[in-house]
Design a protein around this ligand. Structure first.
Ligand code: AGP
Length: 615
């Protein structure tokens, strides 16, 4: 979703801003823009529809001077993608420029008042209202830009991360946030701002994560000042060390980030598991659980909240926790949970799962859960993101930055951490026997090597993908642990190839979707040799007898399915609860190659954003 970059220092701001926007491209956007203030106090704005490369072409005519600037990639919410609606937005007098990530909910009311005061609007955005409001306050109360921004934000309802510059003041950059992320990079005589840390990497490893309702004044050659938006008092400044490297943000020889991330999974799972399976696989240690033993011992129910792929991981987590902790578990879409009046108390544990840690609905869901007294635990990838900072405790999945919009390594990292959590809580509550714990923990410990074997199907899946590239619809079927795997496989295909795909519990197919099956509708069946294998065989026969082609994901050496299915892809044999981890590998590859065959942009699929920071 929208990305913000800003710079104040001694270098040419434009170069840093454009490079920063390119690093934020993965978040998803439809237009981009930059505002520069030169040393003489001139403000220049360049904007363009489409990619950052288009912006560079437009901006090439210049001027590009100035060591202060703000820039933006926009993901349309209010108003279609267009040059006019692209950020930065400039106030009526041309004095102030602003970029914004989020939504101003009461923009219509504010706009009406501003129109009554003679303001005219060029765009359809909520953001333009904010910049005009700031100017109106500044002019009518003759106050500083900082005070005008603060006053305007107190009138705004909604979510925002903003950066503001003023044409007559080349020494001043103002940023603020509420429910939208903003990171400040503290350099030597220069300061960077961005929606996430990726544009800052390589310049400084000192970062400040701005908190909700904070406003920061970044003055040239002066230390960062942060104030509370509500009472204007100085906030404590907590400078943290950024642990991200440039290499992690590059494709490392692969054609796309998605392919790199698929192939990285053996090593990302190694990082995810490091130090967590101990005593010869007889014990699992998650510090978030260890430090909160009482909460996990006394809990009466666990509710998992998440969106998208993370929600699919949550569905697998539900089975793991039920099987190993023998306690009631619910799974909710965060967007439904937050408006569903959930009944919670201090005996509830709510576990949020999020790669980015910035998903607006998940963040709101955990805030609600905390208000209702539940203990909130976060499973997150991005270190320092809003969700881990708003939970009581949690576990990072440590799979490194995921740049491809379609989640792959984060999904396997989430399922891995959920398995560790279920084993450790199950052990704590005496709900799992030592033999089972050891068996699952040993297989999990070997998972990086197992995934390496699973990835060997790459060439075979690539070949298979050519047969199905032009199918219009797909059905993904799975049962038990692999019903969520089917959902995830279908989501991957939809996201990057734009082919309609439905994931379904295999046995439910006969209650409706079977009507869709004909020779043009392939089905992908996830059928490892597990407790439901015999059942799924008959589901496959139902598909076959209606003329549908079947691609089956089977455990190595399984003969029965290979006699019925049209195509079989073998995966290494693992305990049933770990089959989603291995089965998702060929599904990721199948979606990837079909999308590539169709010439799609797999890393930045249309309309999608990597972190969904608006409702
Ligand atoms: C996955 O491929 C998606 N792009 C999307 O569904 C994603 O999982 C969802 O938006 C949740 O994101 P989060 O994990 O960062 O909260």
């Amino acid at each position: 979703m929208c990305g913000i970059v800003g710079y104040i220092g001694s270098q040419r701001a434009y170069d840093i801003l454009i490079q920063g926007l390119k690093r934020l491209e993965y978040r998803g956007y439809d237009s981009a823009g930059v505002a520069l203030v030169d040393d003489a106090g001139h403000l220049t704005v360049h904007k363009s529809m489409g990619k950052v490369a288009n912006l560079e072409q437009v901006a090439a005519a210049g001027p590009l001077d100035g060591s202060l600037g703000i820039a933006h990639t926009r993901w349309a919410t209010h108003g279609e993608p267009s040059d006019l609606n692209a950020h930065p937005h400039v106030s009526q007098s041309g004095m102030i420029a602003l970029v914004h990530n989020g939504t101003i909910e009461n923009y219509a009311v504010l706009k009406k008042v501003l129109i009554e005061h003679g303001y005219e609007f060029k765009s359809e955005t909520d953001t333009e209202v904010l910049v005009q409001l700031i100017e109106y306050i500044k002019l009518t109360s003759s106050c500083s830009l900082l005070d005008a921004v603060r006053e305007a934000l107190l009138q705004v309802e909604g979510a925002y991360a903003i950066a503001v510059v003023e044409q007559n003041d080349p020494d001043n950059l103002i940023v603020a946030r509420k429910s939208s992320p903003l990171v400040i990079g503290v350099g030597d005589g220069e300061t960077f701002i961005a929606s996430d840390a990726t544009p800052i990497v390589g310049y400084t490893d000192k970062v400040i994560y701005l908190k909700d309702n904070e406003i920061a004044l970044l003055r040239r050659n002066e230390p960062v000042q942060i104030l509370s938006l509500t009472d204007n008092k100085p906030s404590t400044i907590n400078i943290q060390k950024l642990r991200l490297s440039l290499a992690q943000l590059e494709k490392g020889g692969y054609d796309t980030f998605m392919l790199k991330e698929i192939f990285e999974q053996p090593s990302t799972l190694r990082d995810c598991l490091r130090g967590r399976i101990v005593d010869k696989a007889n014990r699992v240690v998650l510090s978030g659980v260890e430090l909160n033993k009482d909460k996990f011992l006394n809990a009466e129910r666990i509710t998992l909240v998440a969106c998208g792929t993370s929600w699919h991981a949550a569905l697998i987590g539900k089975r793991l926790i039920q099987d190993f902790c023998k306690m009631p578990v619910e799974v909710e879409y965060a967007s439904e949970f937050r408006y569903g009046n959930p009944v919670l108390n201090e005996k509830d544990i709510v576990i949020s799962i999020s790669q980015s840690g910035e998903t607006a609905d998940t963040l709101a869901a955990i805030q609600l859960a905390r208000e209702k007294g539940a203990f909130v635990y976060g499973i997150c990838n991005v270190v320092g993101a809003s969700i881990p900072r708003n939970t009581d405790s949690g576990t990072y999945i440590h799979v490194g930055p995921e740049i491809g919009v379609a989640s792959t390594k984060a999904f396997t990292g989430q399922v891995t951490v959920l398995t560790l959590l279920a084993l450790s809580v199950g052990h704590l509550r005496g709900a799992i026997d030592q033999k089972t714990l050891h068996e699952v923990a040993s297989a999990l410990e070997k998972m990086p090597a197992t995934i390496e074997k699973a990835l060997k199907v790459d060439a075979e899946v690539q070949k298979l993908s050519r047969i199905f590239t032009y199918a219009h619809n797909f059905l993904y079927l799975g049962r038990g642990y692999n019903y969520p795997t089917a959902l995830e496989g279908a989501l991957k295909l939809k996201e990057i190839s734009y082919i309609h795909a439905e994931g379904y519990p295999a046995a439910e197919m006969k209650h409706g979707p079977i009507a869709l099956i004909d020779h043009e509708m392939p089905s992908v069946i996830i059928a490892p040799s597990d407790s439901l294998y015999d059942k799924i065989i008959s589901n496959v026969q139902q598909v076959k007898s209606r003329g549908g082609a079947v691609v089956a994901i089977i455990s190595k050496g399984n003969k029965a399915m290979s006699e019925i299915a049209d195509f079989c892809i073998e995966i290494p044999e693992v305990p049933e609860c770990l089959t989603p981890l291995v089965a998702s590998i060929p599904l990721q590859l199948l979606a990837y190659y079909i999308a590539v065959n169709k010439g799609k942009d797999v890393d930045q699929p249309r309309n999608l954003a990597k972190s969904v920071t608006v409702e």
